[in-house]
Design a protein around this ligand. Structure first.
Ligand code: PRP
Ligand code: MN
Ligand code: MG
Length: 185
């Protein structure tokens, strides 16, 4: 019988740690945005779990919206050229936007999105990212609120995928090497 736990090499952030990191950031955001009626914007699909947990952890009213983006580039390297697959339904003009991301790696998609929302006339644009890989950053983009930094290891779970799988794992983990080797063969 297939069991997701069998594919995990080790856990990096437990589900309790995830909730506690999200609670701390959400408490700060609830203070900072108390009078701002924020619009939370998440990028599909990785940020879905983070958006759900983070929005529930806020003590202030907010709106949520989603965007589907695709970055074109050679293989695993994103070119920074981003196209919109599915746009927001909200008009962001004059709104205080908080982008909610699962992870910031190179920062390319995020940097594009921050600029795009500013172009559309947002009153302010800030970012909450659950995870950051500082060693992989290529583009300087300000992440005002963060969960934690992780080393340069490929992680899955809590929305993050390997080849569209493992998003439904409730912690952040590193897969066994043979899981990737199987796919490469
Ligand atoms: C992942 C992740 C972030 C982005 C980070 O999304 O969810 O959105 O990559 O990488 P970057 O900082 O180098 O831009 P992905 O493109 O895999 O799509 P997904 O969210 O649907 O998994
Ligand atoms: Mn993503
Ligand atoms: Mg992905």
């Amino acid at each position: 019988i297939a069991d997701i736990q069998n594919d995990i090499d080790h856990e990096l952030v437990s589900k309790e740690e995830i909730q506690s990191l999200i609670q701390s950031a959400a408490a700060q955001v609830s203070k900072d945005y108390a009078d701002k009626d924020p619009l939370l914007v998440a990028v599909l699909k990785g940020a879905v779990d983070t958006m759900a947990a983070f929005s529930q952890a806020l003590s202030i009213p907010c709106q949520i919206d989603f965007m589907s983006l695709s970055s074109y580039g050679s293989g695993t390297v994103s070119s920074g050229t981003v196209t919109i697959r599915q746009d927001l339904s909200a008009d962001v003009r004059g709104r205080h936007i908080l982008i909610v991301e699962d992870i910031v790696d190179s920062g390319r998609t995020l940097a594009w999105l921050v600029e795009e929302l500013k172009r559309r006339g947002a009153a302010s644009v800030e970012v909450f990212a659950l995870l950051e890989k500082p060693s992989r950053r290529e583009v300087d983009v300000k992440v005002k609120y963060r969960g934690c930094e992780i080393p340069d290891e490929f992680v899955v779970g809590f929305g993050l995928d390997y080849d569209e799988r493992y998003r439904n794992l409730d912690s952040i983990a590193v897969l066994k090497p043979e899981v990737y080797q199987g796919e490469q063969a």
